[in-house]
Design a binder for this molecule. Structure first.
Ligand code: SF4
Length: 364
């Protein structure tokens, strides 16, 4: 699907940039008429031996990405962007040109870490401006403020609908696998094409359906393998609240605050996102957020689904355990390695967890 999306955009004369996880200013790319395709691994076995150039205790996202780039998997793209999500990705950004044989431009983007403050805003502005210069070099075009304003409005609408679909999922005639497939198509579609699909889904929001089964909150990194939703359904559970870094955690908490100019608006947006350990959110703030999400959604249990060796996500796990054990909510910590399918052991654990949550719910 990604290859077809790149080919379609090439026909329209657009350049493509492959983007590593997680957050990046999509609006800048859209304003510069640059197509982005996100690379979350990809899942499955590494595409070549270069994965072995990285220590085995690094996450599968980084190892698979190196193998994929080195094996020519992204050769149709014109550049690659490494957001500074974590030390492993920053290390990969340094290694790829040497180890991976990636000869095309490499862009980098550093997030301000921690809470909103004047120095962090200034840092965000400087990084955004530097990335804009990189895109100008790549395209030979100049960033136009009016086009950036239009791109900000376009992505704000995409985010609004995604948020509405996640919040009102009980009113949709889409099951979890179909909803997540739709939301994740934004990882490779041109934004206006994705918006059209989202608008069609929003138009199908109807009356609340009574869903049978056990409602769960899911937090973690990326829903891979996507078969996790089929296994949840066959175990009698479904997702009512999402805090995946790849999905719900990328939707701003409110409408975009206007900055003094479009770059200022993008800098403000950085601080409007749900708390995320990859941006060094204060754990107390994140726990408050998760606790409110859990209460609001009516979830009866929690799944923490993170990649093995992911330091930022793993850092918060003890606090998440404490939070939910304090309110008596069952929790399952599921580690994965971006397998193509869910290992049998994980399937068994999901099934057992569904029974635990069900019996905790029906206990007097
Ligand atoms: S899975 Fe974790 S450690 Fe790996 S690239 Fe993503 S944030 Fe970094």
């Amino acid at each position: 699907m990604r290859a077809a999306a790149i080919a379609a955009q090439k026909k329209l004369g657009r350049k493509t940039v492959v983007v590593l996880p997680i957050l990046y200013p999509r609006e800048l790319f859209t304003a510069m008429d640059v197509h982005t395709v996100e690379l979350w691994g990809p899942p499955g076995p590494p595409r070549g031996p270069e994965a072995g150039r990285i220590q085995p205790y690094a996450c599968a996202v980084v190892r698979n990405a190196l193998a994929f780039l080195a094996s020519g998997g992204a050769d149709a793209a014109d550049a690659v962007l490494f957001p500074h999500t974590c030390d492993s990705l920053q290390g990969l950004a340094t290694l790829v040109p040497d180890f991976g044989g990636w000869k095309k431009p490499v862009l980098r983007f550093h997030h301000p870490k921690g809470e909103d403050r004047p120095s962090a805003r200034a840092f965000a502005r400087a990084e955004l401006s530097s990335l804009a210069c990189g895109l100008e070099r790549l395209t030979g075009e100049t960033l136009d403020a009016a086009r950036l304003d239009a791109a900000i409005a376009l992505h704000a609408e995409i985010d609004r609908i995604k948020g509405a679909l996640l919040r009102r999922r009980a009113c949709l005639d889409l099951d979890d696998p179909a909803l997540y497939r739709l939301l994740r198509r934004g990882e490779f579609l041109w934004p206006e094409d994705h918006l059209a699909e989202l608008q069609a889904a929003e138009g199908r929001i109807g009356k609340e359906r009574r869903r049978r089964g056990v409602p769960l909150l899911i937090t973690g990194y990326v829903p891979e393998p996507m078969a996790i939703f089929d296994h949840l359904a066959s175990g009698g559970t479904f997702v009512v609240a999402d805090d995946y870094a790849a999905v719900g955690r990328r939707i701003p908490l409110g409408p975009p605050a206007r900055g003094e100019d479009p770059i200022g608006t993008l800098a403000a947006r950085t601080f409007a996102m749900p708390p995320c350990p990859t941006r060094a959110a204060a754990p107390a703030r994140r726990m408050e957020y998760l606790s409110a999400l859990f209460r609001r959604s009516g979830a009866a249990g929690v799944i923490v689904h993170v990649p093995k060796f992911c330091e930022p996500e793993s850092f918060d796990v003890p606090a998440i355990r404490r939070l939910f054990s304090g309110i008596g909510a069952p929790l399952l910590h599921l580690e994965g390695e971006l397998e193509a399918d869910l290992p049998a052991q994980s399937v068994t654990r999901l099934e057992a967890f569904a029974e635990i949550v069900e019996s905790a719910r029906s206990a007097p």
